[in-house]
Design a protein around this ligand. Structure first.
Ligand SMILES: N[C@@H](CCC(=O)N[C@@H](CS)C(=O)NCC(=O)O)C(=O)O
Length: 237
């Protein structure tokens, strides 16, 4: 989603292919990418992998509008927010999402809306069990990690609100950090358990501005005790 939004912000047309998680590692090797993660982009005869590298390559190929600011001080702030989006935030939301899907696979169908998998969605969903289990394992979606992620979420949301207040993200023209952070927030907001603590604050409003359409919906599934740290956030919002 982040890479797609970056291409769209540059006005560069693209062809999208979605890969089943886990299987994606081998599929990327087969088509000649050196690394094992998506997003992976072939552009202008180059293979570029990773949201950060893709953003920098797009700025090189088509400088306007820039994804990375030229001013060194602003660049340092944007890159700090980018790193946070790529690590702490994404890892936390991903652990929660895989934990929930392992518990109940029914919401998967809603997340596959619009996917370009090259095989029928029904078939992909029927064979998803082992893939969900493997992805939950490789993303360390353990009870402990999910509890820790939920406990850390209020401080992460505050950090994002602070970056918005400082003008690091959330400007008129979105930058690499907007595109790195917003998709994870939208994934978190697809959870009925989490949306109330996010949607009314600046972070939630920004996420919807950056990613107006994000597929998927997961009804309440997380243990209420684990959600306690988010209760006060919801009340404040
Ligand atoms: N935010 C990262 C995402 C890279 C990443 O971790 N991709 C995951 C999917 S969201 C992946 O391909 N995982 C494959 C694996 O390591 O099993 C980026 O900026 O490129």
């Amino acid at each position: 989603m982040a890479a797609r939004l970056m291409l769209e912000s540059k006005g560069i047309p693209y062809k999208r292919t979605d890969l089943m998680p886990v299987v994606s590692k081998a599929a990327l090797r087969v088509v000649g990418f050196p690394g094992i993660t998506v997003p992976a982009l072939k552009i202008d005869g180059h293979k570029v992998q990773g949201t950060g590298k893709i953003a920098r390559e797009l700025d090189r190929l088509r400088p306007e509008p820039p994804l990375l600011p030229a001013d060194p001080e602003r660049l340092a702030a944007v890159e700090e927010a980018e790193r946070f989006g790529d690590t702490d935030l994404q890892q936390s939301v991903r652990a929660i999402a895989w934990w929930a899907l392992r518990k109940d696979k029914a919401p998967l169908r809603s997340y596959s809306e619009g996917a370009k998998l090259g095989i029928p969605i029904g078939l992909a969903l029927r064979t998803a069990g082992p893939i969900v289990a493997a992805a939950a394992h490789s993303n360390e979606a353990t009870d402990d990690n999910v509890r820790r992620s939920l406990a850390a979420l209020p401080a992460m949301l505050q950090r994002i609100d602070d970056w918005i207040a400082a003008g690091t993200i959330g400007g008129e023209q979105f930058n690499i950090a907007d595109f790195q952070i917003a998709p994870s927030l939208r994934l978190a907001m697809s959870f009925d358990d989490l949306r109330p603590a996010i949607e009314a604050r600046p972070a939630g409003e920004l996420a919807v501005r950056v990613v107006p359409d994000f597929p998927g919906k997961t009804p309440a599934i997380l243990p209420p005790a684990w959600l306690q740290p988010l209760r006060s956030e919801t009340a404040a919002a």
